[in-house]
Design a protein around this ligand. Structure first.
Ligand code: KG4
Ligand code: ZN
Length: 369
């Protein structure tokens, strides 16, 4: 099956082609192209995503991104009529996300589906993040055996991004139930807002991680007694709260003199990363302790954080039978291949193909699954 997928839920215009074949041994998953046009430069001076600007950039770029995805997958051609005929499914993110941003990708996909007379499916961005661990590099193959599912599920998903912080119980393949979530800011949002307080660029996660790493190398930890809180780390549920952490950082930083600010910046970046990752790792393993999950799957932009990955792996020694899956670093971040994968699995084996028509696809800005 050849799948064309489109993702515009936030500040990346992403389009991919993915080929999946059913063979005797299992499913052959082969990404053909993966184009991500980031709007970071546009939003950087505002310190976060400005919906109207995101929407304008998606509109201006979407056809150019499609052309790049076609070229990467099939080489430069005069026209792609023959390729368009071969497409078996169009998969588009229709939830959750910024409504006006989602609408650009969804309407573009609906038009393609109608014009090319191809089935279309609307999928959850969060489900895409969960499934990202299955993706190999572009032009490489991965075989997904039916029996692998038995080793993976029931699984716990930790999806951490700029908009969401979710603990999800996945009792079986494609069956999701949220068991915990943030009550205010998302983990990625805390990295972004924390970076802004410290005068660093958007997106904040990689910037904070870089300074934290530099601090670890100089190891002057002993000289600093300022600690940031680990909100809700001992609460008896699986929910999170990060807005108090951001405020604590703000008040701490505001009280410092100009000289102290300069001296303490790396330390505070380190402390912020430690605080966020401490809470995420602790709560994740509390959930693992409570339920009998066979695996833990991480996804979303914050799952690219090396310190988080380290802390998760450190705790694995207490659960020797637990399998842990991370996406490849480039697939932690928003991309359209994960949307192709989610579309494929939800379409595949469905009997009622009438539902997959262009005029059935709607946008749900706040619906997670
Ligand atoms: O999944 P994603 O690309 O977009 C959303 O769905 O929101 O996640 C973006 C978020 C941003 O908040 C960004 O700061 C964070 O992921 N992020 C990181 C790292 N790389 C990206 N956070 C911590 N460490 C990183 N290395
Ligand atoms: Zn995302």
């Amino acid at each position: 099956m050849l799948i064309l997928s489109i993702e515009t839920s936030c500040d990346e215009t992403a389009i991919a082609f993915l080929n999946i074949e059913k063979r005797e041994r299992g499913l052959f998953i082969k990404p053909l192209s993966n184009i991500v046009s980031s709007q970071i430069k546009i939003h950087q001076k505002y310190g976060g995503v400005v919906p109207k600007l995101a929407c304008r950039a998606h509109t201006q770029n979407i056809d150019i991104v499609l052309k790049s995805a076609l070229e990467e997958a099939f080489g430069k051609q005069k026209n792609y009529q023959k390729i368009f005929k071969k497409i078996d499914l169009i998969s588009v993110t229709n939830r959750p996300g910024l409504e006006i941003a989602l609408l650009i990708g969804v309407n573009f996909s609906r038009a393609l589906s109608w014009f090319l007379e191809k089935p279309i499916i609307g999928v959850s961005h969060i489900e895409g993040h969960f499934l990202s661990f299955l993706l190999p590099n572009v032009k490489e193959k991965r075989i997904f055996l039916e029996k692998e599912k038995k080793d993976i599920f029931p699984s716990l998903g930790l999806i951490v991004s700029g908009g969401h912080t979710l603990l999800i119980s996945v009792s079986e393949f494609l069956k999701y139930k949220i068991i915990g979530q943030t009550l205010d800011d998302a983990a990625g949002e805390c990295f972004d807002k924390g970076a802004r307080i410290l005068g660093l660029r958007y997106p904040g996660g990689p910037e904070i991680a870089k300074l934290a790493e530099e601090f670890r190398k100089i190891k002057k930890k002993k000289n600093y007694s300022l600690n940031l809180p680990r909100p809700m780390i001992n609460s008896q549920d699986f929910n999170f709260s990060f807005s108090g952490l951001k405020t604590a950082l703000l008040y701490t930083y505001q009280k410092l003199t100009k000289k102290e600010k300069k001296k303490m910046k790396k330390y505070l970046a380190y402390e912020l990363e430690e605080a966020i990752t401490d809470v995420l790792a602790k709560k994740t393993f509390e959930a693992i302790k409570k339920y009998s999950f066979k695996s833990l799957v991480l996804g979303g932009g914050v799952s690219a954080n090396k310190r988080l990955r380290e802390k998760i792996l450190e705790r694995q020694k207490d659960f020797p039978n637990l399998k842990i899956f991370f996406p490849q670093f480039q697939y932690s971040l928003d991309n359209a291949l994960m949307i192709a994968l989610a579309g494929f699995f939800n379409y595949y084996n469905k009997k009622d193909r009438n539902k997959f028509k262009w005029n059935e696809i709607k946008v749900f800005a706040n619906k997670i699954f």
